[in-house]
Design a protein around this ligand. Structure first.
Ligand SMILES: [Zn+2]
Length: 346
């Protein structure tokens, strides 16, 4: 074994929880005793190689994965965007999924990973008054041209952040993002929301990454939303394009800025372009006409390309899919399905 027990233990916990398995499930599948499994997960006591091999089979990872377990990393800053009350077990599971995906991404990107171009900015300490000020600064940091952002996913990837869509329904979150100090930052965005909401969520997570240190409080959530709104719809240009609050004019802005109708209306309200009464009236219209749930004139979903390109590059250099799968702690069929076949996942 080239890995340390602590590294094997960390990989074991991450794989088990990411797959939604309990220790009892693994005991059942491997016939390893509960006590031995529990000690191995806490890096108290090692298992013999037969038992590690049994765990590899049960967890569907290539044989030898635990011997080559990666060096366990320190905890990243993690933010998730909840829709409703999220059960703690579901949250643990998507955190493990995030860890696993982050591990896979850094293995696959290897040296081709671009170091993140995001700089930390904090509110009053750095002399900024509002999240909108910071949003303007981050647009500059990332060389975003004035006006609407065409492909936000491409902008975020160019900043060195891995973006992937994932099934986050069980946890009822829109996204989960991890910002480790030493490896690539990663954002998992729910596959089952509209393109408009995915874009807003990406911008929201960017806001956390730049402004916040710890898991989000309600104030942090408001700040991240304000950041996202200003990042996607900068004030000066939004005001210039404003042509009143009738539905056609609002839909034109939605198409132009590539956000939801609700986000346009909210931005207009925050900039005092509509009155409190108009704002409430517009929200009633969105709710009663079903436009809140089903976005009118929906945008096409953005497709992340960074990992897919890295995989294709490696294949063109003669690295085999099996080698790549092994480095990502995946069996080849799962690897192919994840990174080579489904454009919505890679
Ligand atoms: Zn948030």
């Amino acid at each position: 074994m080239t890995s340390s027990l602590a590294d094997r233990a960390a990989l074991l916990r991450t794989l088990r929880v990411a797959h939604g398995l309990t220790q009892a499930d693994l005991v059942e599948a491997t016939k390893i005793s509960q006590a031995a499994l529990s000690k191995a997960e806490r890096a108290r006591e090692d298992l013999d190689s037969d038992r590690w091999a049994a765990l590899e089979r049960a967890l569907a990872v290539p044989s030898g994965s635990f011997a080559d377990a990666p060096v366990a990393r320190s905890d990243a800053r993690v933010f998730h965007r909840k829709q409703k009350t999220t059960p703690e077990t579901a949250l643990k599971r998507i955190r493990a999924e995030l860890d696993l995906t982050s591990l896979r991404a850094s293995q696959l990107l290897g040296t081709s990973a671009t170091s993140p171009r995001l700089r930390r900015r904090s509110l009053p300490e750095d002399g900024f008054d509002t999240p909108a000020d910071i949003a303007a600064l981050v647009r500059r940091d990332l060389d975003v041209a004035a006006g609407p952002i065409g492909d936000l996913t491409a902008v975020v990837e160019a900043a060195g952040v891995v973006v992937l869509t994932a099934d986050l329904d069980s946890a009822q979150v829109d996204a989960i993002a991890g910002w480790p100090d030493e490896t690539v930052p990663i954002i998992l965005v729910s596959r089952h929301t509209s393109a408009e909401r995915q874009r807003f969520t990406l911008a929201h997570e960017l806001g956390h990454a730049v402004m916040h240190d710890t898991a989000a409080s309600p104030l942090h959530e408001q700040q991240a939303d304000a950041f996202a709104s200003a990042f996607l719809m900068p004030e000066r240009e939004f005001r210039r394009d404003w042509a009143g609050s009738d539905l056609d004019a609002l839909l034109r802005l939605k198409r132009l800025w590539r956000v939801s109708l609700g986000a346009v209306i909210r931005r207009a309200f925050d900039l005092d372009l509509v009155s409190d009464r108009e704002y409430r009236g517009l929200n009633v219209t969105l709710a009663t006409t079903g436009m809140r749930r089903r976005e009118p004139e929906p945008l096409a979903v953005e497709i992340p390309t960074m990992l897919r390109r890295a995989v294709e590059d490696a294949l063109s250099r003669g690295v085999t899919a099996e080698q790549l799968a092994r480095s990502a702690y995946m069996l080849e069929p799962e690897f192919r399905a994840t990174f080579l076949e489904d454009p919505h996942h890679a």
